[in-house]
Design a protein around this ligand. Sequence first.
Ligand code: TRP
Length: 458
Amino acid sequence: MAGNTAAPEQARWSSKAAFVLAATGSAVGLGNLWRFPTEAGSNGGGAFVLLYVLCVVLIALPLLLAESLIGRHGQRSTIGSAVYLARQSGASPAWSLLAIVGLIANTAILTFYCVVAGWVIYFVGTSAADLIGAMGAGEPLRGAYGAQPVEQIQQMMPALFANPYLLVGLQLAFVVVTVWIVARGVKGGIEMAATWLMPAFFFLLIGITIYAAIIGDFAAAVTFLFTPDFERALQPGVLSAALGQAFFSLSLGGGAMIAFADTGVAIIAGLAIFPIVFSVGMEPNAGPTLMFQTLPSAFHAMPGGAIVGLLFFVLALFAALTSSVSLLEISVSWVKEKFGVSRGKAAIGIGVLVFLIGLLSALSFNVLADQRPIPFIPGFENATWFDAIDGVTGKLLLPLSGLITAIFIGWVADRKLVDAETGLSGGGLAAWRFLIAWLCPLAVFAILVIGLFPQLLP
Ligand code: TRP
């Protein structure tokens, strides 16, 4: 959240390292663990992964720099900072639309993010119960989930979906914790979580990946993830899915950063999940339940899986929390600045809204499973509320915000000011200038148009 890091009236990070870690904490989350494998699986694997990496490097990364320079220069909320730079450049404050769209998108993302984080809480609970059972039986080092067959483990998600009260309760619990942390201010808890838990999480994920490579079908996973089927790559849905994933995972529109660590974690998560997908005979396009139906099977087979499984879900929960906190912070810092209300009131107010809208997503898997809110938008004919909010934010709103950012920073904002804020010079600056002024706006515009009007493609 470069946009809200050091404004005089706001909480400051205690050191540069703490900020970098917190920024990584904001970027690394369910986007890497849950959304990346879901999208890669549903969009044909290799073609998607290739386009995703291209979108990260050529589009999202230059935009990230543009965004963080707006925040660093403005030292205000994302919207406040955009207005400030526009005024200083003699341009219309309406350019802050880039941050307004970003704020709406990210607050909408937070609504379903809390729902998925609730699923993670569920697995923390079942894993803890399982470990206690294993210890009671005097075999704490056994695999997770007792003697159940793998098919039954895959049924844990459908069983959870059949219980709307539990789903909403878990969602609410996660919203409350996020609001509580944000209401208390940025420092302390999040810094601690980012400093200690993120590295721990990273090493555990690598360990699980190695294990998945040993017990699972690693060759099939590598083929699936890294052999692009170029015919598939040219399908319009795949392209906008890849761009959406790049923006979501890098926390674009929220002014966060740290791109390569984030992309690396996503690919490693893919390498942990897909070997198991293929070895237990699942389909890679299982959708949002993929992570929750594969990893428990790995913990099941793993010696010590009862412990490793619990540890994994606890750390995944912290990864989600460091992201949800910065998602909420985007709108809280703006509401504070704009309306002069206290941090606590802003966090609670927005939290209530996020919870209520999030109900649409939480109930998309049971009570509202038959509703199709936006069938008139191409590509969303079959989308539930959950799919719609996830898809519209990632595939439409974040790209739109990026498009406006690229035009504003590339063409409108004061060039000297912008160049100085990038910290780049020489060839690096020239390359970034080319990407932000030409490639980003043209490519994002093209992907948006192709996504909305697939019939334009041959
Ligand atoms: N990137 C986060 C993740 O991968 C989610 C996210 C999307 C986010 N937009 C954001 C986090 C803005 C912070 C700010 O889980």
